[in-house]
Design a protein around this ligand. Sequence first.
Ligand code: BES
Ligand code: MN
Ligand code: ZN
Length: 481
Amino acid sequence: MNFELKPMGLVVASTEKCDALVILVPADFKAGKDDLSALVAQALKSADLEAKPGKLLALYRPVQANAARVVLAGIGSGSARDVRTAVLAAVASVKSPSLKKLMICFATPAREEAVRAVVTATADATYTYTHTKSKPEGRTLSKVVVATTNATEVQASFDRAAGIVIGAELAKEWANRPANHATPTLLAEAAKELAQLPKISCEVLGHKEVAKLGMGAFMAVAQGSDQPLKFVILKYSGAAKSQASTVLVGKGITFDCGGISIKPAPEMDEMKFDMSGAASVLGVFRSLAALKPAINVVGLIPACENLINGAAVKPGDVVTSMSGQTIEILNTDAEGRLVLCDALTYAERFKPTAVVDIATLTGACVIALGGVRSGLFASKDELGAALFAAGEAAQDLCWRMPLDEEYAEGLKTTFADVANVGGRAGGAITAAKFLHRFTEKFPWAHLDIAGTAWKSGAAKGGTGRPVGLLVEYLMTQANSK
Ligand code: BES
Ligand code: MN
Ligand code: ZN
């Protein structure tokens, strides 16, 4: 799907050839002298159209426009949230197999955040999963033209949003694929494919290399599965070699049954999404290839299944992590932190400016923040503030959580340096405190995306989050250098 921004108002937009035209109408809309805006004003005046977000009025072959289908969509205040609501509803209302070219026109000059919302909401409303369907009915929409009179003013925001969409859709795609179609090996192959793009390289380590590195925590999780583990190292080189990298670490559990501490059956299928952190790292690299910022980024993905065979790790087993710290595995379902801690230690070798890990880490984070904001933990306030701000700008929200030392109390054990669980209370925070132990050598942040990486229920599927937040953060880093 291709996005294009055109400098035009209602009158010109209505003469363009397209399958459907969506007109975004704010609450403070004032009609110009042309017929089409007079029609919009009339619809508002008669209350047949409300300017509230989500309210639509569909027209068929109006004489004032070239398109057969025209939808007037209220965007209320014109904020990102209102525009998103409006565009999701409007695009859903015109979605059909014959929809190939769509025009979305702002009736009044667009704000930057509104333009971004149009792009991301249009993508979200039209993404279709087909990978494991015998008769795939994919997305037919191939061209989206966004029209606003002040196009030059909002061009940069538009381009960034379009770049983010490419990556977010890759992340959705991999998150959605069933675990037997998204094994650690297949995930590693997807990473290798990204290395076909300019400035990206990829290396994949297997059991032998990982054993040599001493990644005992990662191997302990992988040993319960017949699928071989993979450790993926992606590099995006957009700046001089001398410039330090930002490292992203994505949890790549391609299926999490809990191991011996097995999960209950209901909704266990959703644990195919447990590699959403890894998928977001793949997505970020896809976006970087499109946006080409002048920075260096490393992506690390420890990928394996958390399953149960005769060799599976058992509650009470003690393993030695790459850092040398010993870990008592009291609950085999707290596996994410085990694969991440070794990847975090591996990250030290890059002497990074910052390390951000992304993980569907805890059910407790879903309880704390639901599906609206990802949990954000940061060892340095500056890094925490930058990530928070990036989330706001990209409309991919997160919320700062604490890292007080008292939260680590429950991780103490007689039988090792640390236990992998610390009781139910504050579960998202104790998980973060566990990771914190492995991040002394660099500024570190952790995004718990257990609630935000996918949606349950009828519209079950990956959301592509937090690709927007991460790309926004990296683009800001590039611009501040
Ligand atoms: N992948 C899960 C976290 C999760 C749970 C994500 C529900 C999305 C929805 C993780 O590996 C896990 O099982 N965490 C345990 C930790 C517990 C044993 C301390 C959890 O949250 O229950
Ligand atoms: Mn688990
Ligand atoms: Zn998990």
